[in-house]
Design a protein around this ligand. Structure first.
Ligand code: GTP
Ligand code: MG
Length: 173
Protein backbone atom coordinates (compact mmCIF):
# COMPACT_ATOMS: atom_id res chain seq x y z
CA UNK A 1 0.00 0.00 0.00
CA UNK A 2 2.32 2.75 -1.16
CA UNK A 3 -0.53 4.59 -2.84
CA UNK A 4 -0.71 7.50 -0.45
CA UNK A 5 -3.33 5.85 1.75
CA UNK A 6 -2.98 6.50 5.48
CA UNK A 7 -5.06 6.20 8.63
CA UNK A 8 -3.81 9.25 10.48
CA UNK A 9 -1.96 12.44 9.69
CA UNK A 10 0.20 13.59 12.59
CA UNK A 11 2.16 16.77 13.00
CA UNK A 12 5.56 16.28 14.60
CA UNK A 13 7.90 19.08 15.53
CA UNK A 14 11.65 18.86 16.12
CA UNK A 15 13.07 21.30 18.67
CA UNK A 16 16.46 22.04 20.16
CA UNK A 17 19.43 24.39 20.06
CA UNK A 18 21.18 25.34 16.87
CA UNK A 19 23.74 22.83 15.62
CA UNK A 20 22.60 19.82 17.65
CA UNK A 21 21.78 17.91 14.46
CA UNK A 22 18.00 18.23 14.01
CA UNK A 23 18.18 18.64 10.25
CA UNK A 24 20.67 15.81 9.78
CA UNK A 25 18.56 13.46 11.89
CA UNK A 26 15.70 14.14 9.51
CA UNK A 27 17.69 13.92 6.30
CA UNK A 28 19.24 10.66 7.52
CA UNK A 29 15.82 9.28 8.38
CA UNK A 30 13.93 10.47 5.29
CA UNK A 31 16.61 10.58 2.58
CA UNK A 32 19.54 8.50 3.94
CA UNK A 33 21.72 11.59 3.68
CA UNK A 34 24.14 13.29 6.06
CA UNK A 35 26.04 16.52 5.55
CA UNK A 36 29.25 17.49 7.38
CA UNK A 37 28.72 21.11 6.38
CA UNK A 38 26.53 23.02 8.74
CA UNK A 39 23.69 24.78 6.96
CA UNK A 40 21.49 26.53 9.48
CA UNK A 41 17.78 26.00 9.04
CA UNK A 42 16.07 29.27 8.27
CA UNK A 43 12.69 29.46 10.00
CA UNK A 44 11.15 26.05 9.42
CA UNK A 45 11.20 23.26 6.91
CA UNK A 46 9.19 20.07 6.72
CA UNK A 47 9.32 16.50 5.58
CA UNK A 48 6.70 13.85 5.08
CA UNK A 49 7.15 10.21 5.97
CA UNK A 50 4.50 7.51 6.25
CA UNK A 51 5.24 4.81 8.80
CA UNK A 52 3.42 1.60 9.60
CA UNK A 53 2.74 0.87 13.25
CA UNK A 54 1.15 -2.50 13.82
CA UNK A 55 -1.66 -2.45 11.23
CA UNK A 56 -1.97 1.32 10.88
CA UNK A 57 -0.39 3.81 8.51
CA UNK A 58 0.60 7.06 10.15
CA UNK A 59 1.60 9.90 7.90
CA UNK A 60 4.11 12.03 9.76
CA UNK A 61 4.37 15.66 8.81
CA UNK A 62 7.68 16.50 10.45
CA UNK A 63 8.56 20.13 11.04
CA UNK A 64 12.24 20.90 11.32
CA UNK A 65 12.70 24.16 13.19
CA UNK A 66 15.60 26.58 13.35
CA UNK A 67 17.48 26.49 16.65
CA UNK A 68 18.88 29.97 16.20
CA UNK A 69 17.45 32.51 18.59
CA UNK A 70 16.63 35.04 15.87
CA UNK A 71 14.06 32.68 14.34
CA UNK A 72 12.28 31.96 17.63
CA UNK A 73 9.24 34.11 16.83
CA UNK A 74 8.68 32.40 13.50
CA UNK A 75 9.16 28.85 14.76
CA UNK A 76 6.74 29.31 17.66
CA UNK A 77 3.91 29.96 15.24
CA UNK A 78 4.34 26.36 14.03
CA UNK A 79 3.85 24.73 17.43
CA UNK A 80 0.09 24.70 17.21
CA UNK A 81 -1.44 21.32 16.48
CA UNK A 82 1.75 19.35 17.11
CA UNK A 83 1.01 15.87 18.42
CA UNK A 84 4.57 14.58 18.51
CA UNK A 85 7.65 16.43 19.72
CA UNK A 86 11.27 15.44 19.35
CA UNK A 87 13.57 17.36 21.72
CA UNK A 88 17.19 17.18 20.60
CA UNK A 89 20.44 18.11 22.31
CA UNK A 90 24.03 17.26 21.50
CA UNK A 91 26.01 15.09 23.92
CA UNK A 92 29.09 17.23 23.23
CA UNK A 93 27.27 20.50 23.91
CA UNK A 94 26.38 20.89 27.58
CA UNK A 95 24.56 24.14 26.88
CA UNK A 96 22.21 22.46 24.45
CA UNK A 97 21.37 19.95 27.19
CA UNK A 98 20.80 22.70 29.78
CA UNK A 99 18.44 24.41 27.35
CA UNK A 100 16.17 21.40 26.84
CA UNK A 101 13.94 22.43 29.75
CA UNK A 102 13.44 25.85 28.16
CA UNK A 103 12.38 24.12 24.93
CA UNK A 104 9.99 21.90 26.85
CA UNK A 105 8.44 24.88 28.60
CA UNK A 106 8.16 26.86 25.38
CA UNK A 107 5.95 24.25 23.79
CA UNK A 108 3.83 22.90 26.63
CA UNK A 109 1.92 26.19 26.61
CA UNK A 110 0.94 25.57 22.99
CA UNK A 111 0.02 21.89 22.95
CA UNK A 112 -2.32 19.47 24.69
CA UNK A 113 -1.36 17.06 27.48
CA UNK A 114 -1.83 14.22 25.04
CA UNK A 115 1.28 15.13 23.12
CA UNK A 116 3.92 12.39 22.60
CA UNK A 117 7.47 13.50 23.24
CA UNK A 118 10.90 11.93 23.08
CA UNK A 119 14.28 13.21 24.24
CA UNK A 120 17.22 12.63 21.90
CA UNK A 121 20.91 13.02 22.78
CA UNK A 122 22.58 13.24 19.37
CA UNK A 123 26.25 12.92 18.27
CA UNK A 124 26.88 9.75 20.28
CA UNK A 125 29.70 9.01 17.82
CA UNK A 126 31.74 11.89 19.29
CA UNK A 127 34.64 11.23 21.62
CA UNK A 128 34.52 14.35 23.80
CA UNK A 129 31.27 13.58 25.54
CA UNK A 130 30.05 16.33 27.88
CA UNK A 131 26.67 14.96 28.90
CA UNK A 132 26.39 11.48 30.38
CA UNK A 133 23.63 9.11 29.30
CA UNK A 134 22.44 8.97 32.91
CA UNK A 135 21.81 12.73 32.86
CA UNK A 136 19.76 12.47 29.68
CA UNK A 137 17.82 9.58 31.16
CA UNK A 138 17.12 11.51 34.37
CA UNK A 139 15.79 14.52 32.47
CA UNK A 140 13.57 12.32 30.30
CA UNK A 141 12.21 10.56 33.40
CA UNK A 142 11.45 13.91 34.99
CA UNK A 143 9.29 14.85 32.02
CA UNK A 144 7.89 11.34 31.53
CA UNK A 145 9.26 10.81 28.06
CA UNK A 146 11.42 8.15 26.47
CA UNK A 147 15.12 8.81 25.94
CA UNK A 148 17.53 7.70 23.26
CA UNK A 149 21.06 8.55 22.18
CA UNK A 150 21.69 8.74 18.46
CA UNK A 151 24.21 9.50 15.76
CA UNK A 152 22.95 11.05 12.57
CA UNK A 153 26.50 10.75 11.26
CA UNK A 154 26.65 6.98 11.72
CA UNK A 155 22.91 6.45 11.32
CA UNK A 156 22.69 4.93 14.80
CA UNK A 157 19.29 4.75 16.49
CA UNK A 158 17.78 7.27 14.07
CA UNK A 159 15.11 4.81 12.95
CA UNK A 160 14.45 3.99 16.62
CA UNK A 161 13.42 7.58 17.39
CA UNK A 162 10.53 7.24 15.00
CA UNK A 163 9.70 3.65 15.94
CA UNK A 164 9.32 4.67 19.60
CA UNK A 165 7.40 7.82 18.73
CA UNK A 166 5.17 5.91 16.32
CA UNK A 167 4.26 3.31 18.94
CA UNK A 168 3.40 5.98 21.49
CA UNK A 169 1.44 8.00 18.95
CA UNK A 170 -0.61 4.98 17.97
CA UNK A 171 -1.58 4.36 21.60
CA UNK A 172 -3.09 7.84 21.75
CA UNK A 173 -4.70 8.12 18.33
P1 GTP B 1 19.86 24.57 13.19
O1 GTP B 1 19.23 24.35 11.88
O2 GTP B 1 20.73 25.78 13.23
O3 GTP B 1 18.88 24.57 14.32
O4 GTP B 1 20.87 23.30 13.46
P2 GTP B 1 20.51 21.74 13.42
O5 GTP B 1 20.10 21.29 14.77
O6 GTP B 1 19.56 21.46 12.32
O7 GTP B 1 21.92 21.05 13.13
P3 GTP B 1 22.43 20.35 11.78
O8 GTP B 1 21.67 19.11 11.48
O9 GTP B 1 22.47 21.36 10.71
O10 GTP B 1 23.90 19.88 12.21
C1 GTP B 1 24.86 20.80 12.73
C2 GTP B 1 26.27 20.24 12.55
O11 GTP B 1 26.44 19.07 13.33
C3 GTP B 1 26.60 19.84 11.09
O12 GTP B 1 27.93 20.21 10.81
C4 GTP B 1 26.45 18.34 11.09
O13 GTP B 1 27.33 17.71 10.16
C5 GTP B 1 26.85 17.97 12.53
N1 GTP B 1 26.15 16.75 13.01
C6 GTP B 1 24.83 16.49 12.98
N2 GTP B 1 24.55 15.29 13.51
C7 GTP B 1 25.74 14.78 13.90
C8 GTP B 1 26.13 13.55 14.53
O14 GTP B 1 25.33 12.65 14.84
N3 GTP B 1 27.46 13.40 14.81
C9 GTP B 1 28.40 14.34 14.50
N4 GTP B 1 29.66 14.08 14.80
N5 GTP B 1 28.07 15.50 13.89
C10 GTP B 1 26.76 15.71 13.60
MG1 MG C 1 18.57 22.66 11.02
Amino acid sequence: MSNGYYDWLVKVIVLGDSGVGKTNILTQYCDQKFSQNYMATIGVDFKIKTITVEDKKIKLQIWDTAGQERFRNITQTYYKGAFGIIFVYSIVDRNSFNNVETWIKSITENTTDEVCSILVGNKMDSQDRRVQSSEGQALATKYKMPFIETSALENKNIQNIFDILGLNLKKRL
